[in-house]
Structure formats: C-alpha cells, structure tokens
Design a protein around this ligand. Structure first.
Ligand code: FAD
Ligand code: DLZ
Ligand code: SF4
Length: 508
C-alpha cells in the first residue's frame, strides 16, 4: 500500500500542479496514461497528439529525476485499457492507495466522469482546483454575478489590479488600460520576419512519432516536420526567442495576415501554456520586464498581457459558468454541414486555402485567421456551430474545450447570442483585403460585389445580415450597417441575395 495515487493529465504537465503540491514524493505514486479515449474523442491533429505524448513522456522523466515514483502507460502497452477511469482503477488495484488525487480537468465531460470515480473505486477521489489560473471558477462566478453584460475589458482590468501587471499605483501604465486601437496595422512581406524556435525530435519524440504514424493515420494533419518543444526548458527557450525577436512588433501587426508567413509576430506558445509547459503569470512578468527595461513598446506588452490575463482567463471563466448548456448554443439556428474543404483545404478562396493549409501542416493558425477567415466564413455561410466547434477542437495543437469553445461558439460564431461579444465578428472581403495580401492571389475579385467571379464573402456578408435581421436589428452596434443595407436599391439587394444563394447552393 502506498500513500496516494496522483493522476496527472496530459495537459497538466506542471511541477506546481495542485495535485503534486498536495502529494508526497516519498510515499505517493504518480500516474500518467496515454489512452485511446482522450486521443480520439475528436480526431485530434496528429501533431497535437505527438506533442502531448512526447511532452507527457518527458514530464514523467522530469518527475522521476525529482524523486517521484511514476507509473507511465504507453498507448501501445498491451495492458492499456484505453480510458483514464479504467487506468486509475487498474493502478488502484496494483498500489491500493488511501486516496486518488487529481487536479480538476479542463473539460466538462472529463470532470463529470471523474465525479463517478470514487464510487467505482470504493475509495476517496480528491479533485483539487487548478490554481495555474489567476481567477478561480468561484472568483469568476462572483465577478459575473448580477452583471447584465460580461465584458472582457472590465474583467481584464480586475486582473491587472489583482496581479499589479503594468500598473503604476492604482493607474494603468501609460494612462490607458488598452492599446488595441494601435494594433491594427497590415504587414508587408519585406519586413523582418521572426521565426518561432524549433527543436529537432530526440529519441523519445522519434518513438512517439512512429506510434502516431501507425495509430492515428486517419486523423487530420501532417505529422512531420515536427518541431514543437516538448520540455519545459525548450518551451522557455521558445518564449525567450519570441520576446527577443517578435514581441517588439507583436502589437503593431497583431491582426495582419500574409501569404507564406504563418506566424508573423505571434508567440506560438498557446500549446505550451495550455499543456502546462509554460506558466501564464511568469510569461506575463517576463513581458512586463521587457517593457520596463525599454526593450519593447507599451502597446506590445499590454497587448500580449491582455491576451493572457484577459482573454485566456475570461474564456475559461465563461466556459465553466455556462457549461454544459453552452455547448448547444445556436443563436442563429444554423444547420449547414461543415464544408469538406475545411478538412482538405481545397477551395478557390485563397484566404481559406491559406488558413486551412497551414492548419493542416502546423496545427496552428493565428487569431485573426481563426476569427476572421475560417470563423467568419462559417458564420456567414450558416454552418452548424457545433460542427465548427468540433473542427477547431480537433485541428489546433492548443485546443481544449475550456478555451476553444468560448472562442468558437461565442466570439467567432456569436452562437451564444452576445454573451461574449457585443456584435458578431462578421466581415466582407474588404476586411480581409485590408489586413492581408491574400486577395491578390485569389481567383475571386474582392472589389466585385455580386455575380460570377465576385468574392463570396461580399454577398455572404449581406445575406447573413439580411436573413438574421430579426435577431440582430436591436443591436445598437449594427444600426449603421442596417441603414446602409436599407439605402441600397431593391435590385442591388436582390443581386446580393441571388449571388449568396447561388454560392450556398453550390456549397451544399
Ligand atoms: P498570440 O497571438 O501570440 O497571443 C499570446 C497568447 O495569448 C496565446 O498564446 C494565448 O495563450 C493567449 N490568447 C490570445 N488570444 C486568446 C483568446 N482569444 N483566448 C484565449 N487565449 C488567447 N486559443 C487557445 O489557446 N486554444 C484554442 O483552442 C483556441 N481556439 C480558438 C478558436 C477560435 C475560433 C478563435 C477565434 C480563437 C481561438 N483561440 C484559442 C485563441 C487564439 O487564436 C490562440 O490563443 C492564438 O492564436 C495562439 O497563438 P499564439 O500563441 O501565437 O498567440
Ligand atoms: C488531448 C489529450 C490527448 C490527445 N491524449 C491524452 C492522453 O492520452 N492522456 C491524458 O491524460 N490526456 C490526454 N489529452 C489531454 C486530455 O484530453 C485533457 O486533459 C482533457 O481534455 C481535459 O482538458
Ligand atoms: Fe478571400 Fe475574397 Fe480575398 Fe479571395 S477575394 S482571398 S475569397 S476575401
């Protein structure tokens, strides 16, 4: 008999994890398990599975070196039962622990499952809060309580005060809380382009790549080249590389998109943060230091810190506040199936081909590609938001429901009817043309509004607003847009309707 059995999940690879802090390395046993249920509840991108399995194996080594007894179950272990619950039961039999300890899961479905483990095992299961987040679920619920609107901006200010990040006494550094208005410059191809830090696969990663190649051949995405960091040390190096090379211009070009430039000035660290290889508060403190040392401008530092202590925490808060109903949100009653080209990348629309193509190759696209290209198209075309959600959950290396679902269902599809955003992120081809160079390489003409050869986003945009008018008319931020529509001649309106209908018919 040992003290306790501590289950560490694949996205809990942090030495400061609450379950490890509650344990004792001299008497407890840690369990990590690669299991079929977690690897295929959606068909995760091959790179996402390889990243997590390799990072899990490296973390198990790190724990052993630190003196822990670790049980590690590989996916192809003949004894592997294929699910976390059954693996916990198997190792409970083997070690007969007094209790099972686990840090709460990031997804509702697994958290619910864990609630049943204690009865099934006949021993106590302690599910501890995940204190790697700045705001606990209870704190977020208390902040949300009684508010009519849950605006990220106000929550973010609370987090700035709580952490003291970029604060001068009780005032925000530079006098403003938010410098987003300065962060909307389009980029040009001749700018210096930083590259994310890349690692070469070591022996452990090589073995994982062979396994994923064999076991997950039917999953989306390219497995190689595989260059993600899989250890804390390399994730730190990746972050330092970002701070030195990309952070100074992160703010300016945050919304830009360029053909062939997949990463621009983005950090490419969300998969490290979400798996526990990087600590969110530590990266924010590092960015604050770069600003205080004069190495990066305030709009860059504030923009980055806002994404982490603002959006990231806020998304998680919304998820736990609203689950499980949130998953079924469908404000526009959209039912069209997800087009096949989301999986193949085969479409004549250059913006979508670029975003989906790089998603297939890298398991990465940056925020504006996710929001204003693939997300915007899905909403304008009336795709079922649940199918859109499942796509995002599968294809990105950083995707877990707690962060993916509010971003997809709420921010990008407006399927929650405006809980998260004050208006739908709907845009015509004009926005994509302004923020990218995609349109120059496209078969469609972004300046042409209707008819053969016109950019499909142009007619879909008005079709979306027109067909959902009853639901959106009361939105004050859309008043000017509807006035523009109303000023159009009936013929012009009809031309938009017919163009969009023809496109959507062909899509079906
Ligand atoms: P950067 O642009 O360099 O930003 C720095 C960090 O800020 C990110 O690493 C991330 O941790 C955080 N961040 C930035 N924006 C957001 C946001 N909106 N919500 C939460 N954190 C944010 N992010 C995920 O981590 N997982 C997801 O599954 C996910 N799904 C998304 C789905 C949709 C439809 C949209 C519109 C956004 C989604 N995001 C998701 C948010 C964002 O797109 C990614 O965090 C970002 O692209 C990751 O790349 P990066 O590390 O280069 O980020
Ligand atoms: C995403 C994922 C995958 C692909 N595989 C595993 C696994 O084999 N074992 C494991 O413990 N966790 C895995 N994960 C992460 C879990 O799905 C994640 O912990 C839950 O979705 C909760 O966020
Ligand atoms: Fe995308 Fe339209 Fe531009 Fe083509 S013309 S790249 S479809 S926005």
């Amino acid at each position: 008999m040992v003290g306790n059995l501590i289950l560490v999940l694949g996205d809990q690879l942090s030495p400061v994890l609450s379950s490890l802090k509650a344990g004792d390395k001299h008497s407890d046993v840690v369990l990590l398990a690669e299991v079929a249920t977690e690897a295929s509840y959606v068909k995760h991108h091959k790179k996402k599975i390889a990243f997590l399995f390799s990072a899990m194996r490296h973390f198990a080594e790190e724990l052993r070196e630190d003196g822990w007894t670790v049980e590690y179950v590989r996916l192809d272990d003949p004894q592997n039962t294929g699910s976390l619950g059954a693996e916990v039961a198997r190792f409970s039999e083997r070690w007969n622990p007094a209790r099972v300890i686990v840090t709460e899961a990031g997804e509702w479905r697994l958290q619910e499952e864990m609630r049943r483990w204690s009865d099934a095992l006949g021993r106590p299961v302690d599910v501890l809060p995940d204190d790697r987040f700045l705001s606990s679920r209870e704190e977020f619920a208390a902040w949300a309580d009684g508010r009519k609107q849950l605006r990220m901006e106000y929550f973010y200010r609370e987090m700035r005060r709580k952490t003291g990040l970029l604060m001068e006494g009780d005032k925000p550094a530079g006098g403003k809380w938010n410098y987003d208005a300065e962060n909307r410059k389009p980029a040009a191809g001749d700018l210096f382009m930083p590259k994310p830090f890349r690692t070469n696969p070591d022996e452990i990663t090589r073995q994982v790549l062979d396994l994923v190649y064999l076991e997950f051949a039917d999953h989306f995405g390219d497995l190689e080249p595989f260059w993600f960091a899989v250890t804390r040390a390399d994730a730190d190096a990746a972050f330092e590389n970002f701070v030195a090379q990309a952070l100074p211009r992160f703010g300016d070009f945050q919304d830009a998109m360029l053909t062939g430039q997949r990463f621009l000035y983005h950090a490419v660290v969300s998969h490290y943060l979400n798996a526990g290889l990087l600590d969110p508060l530590a990266v924010c403190r590092r960015v604050e230091r770069a600003y205080l040392d004069g190495d990066v401008p305030l709009n860059a530092a504030e923009g980055f810190i806002r994404q982490i202590i603002g959006w990231r925490e806020y998304a998680r808060g919304i998820y736990w506040l609203k689950m499980p109903d949130y998953a079924g949100s469908n404000f526009f009653s959209a039912t069209r199936p997800l087009p096949d080209f989301y999986w193949t990348g085969k479409t004549d629309m250059a913006c979508l081909a670029a975003a989906i193509g790089q998603t297939r190759e890298e398991a990465y696209a940056h925020h504006i590609q996710r929001l204003m290209v693939t997300g915007n198209f899905a909403m304008l075309a009336g795709i079922d938001p649940h199918q859109v959600h499942e796509w995002y959950l599968a294809v990105y290396a950083d995707a877990y429901e707690w962060v993916e679902m509010p971003n997809t269902v709420g921010m990008s599809q407006f399927a929650d009817g405006g809980l998260l955003g004050s208006k739908p992120y709907a845009a015509s081809g004009n926005y994509i043309n302004k923020m990218s160079d995609y349109c120059g390489n496209c078969c469609f003409d972004v300046k042409q509004k209707t008819g053969d050869g016109a950019c499909p986003f142009n007619s879909l945009y008005w079709h979306f607003l027109d067909r959902n008018r009853e639901k959106l008319d009361g939105n004050p931020r859309l008043g000017p847009v509807y006035r523009t529509w109303d000023r159009m001649t009936a013929d012009k309106q009809q031309a938009y309707r017919e163009s969009a209908d023809a496109f959507l018919d062909a899509l079906s």
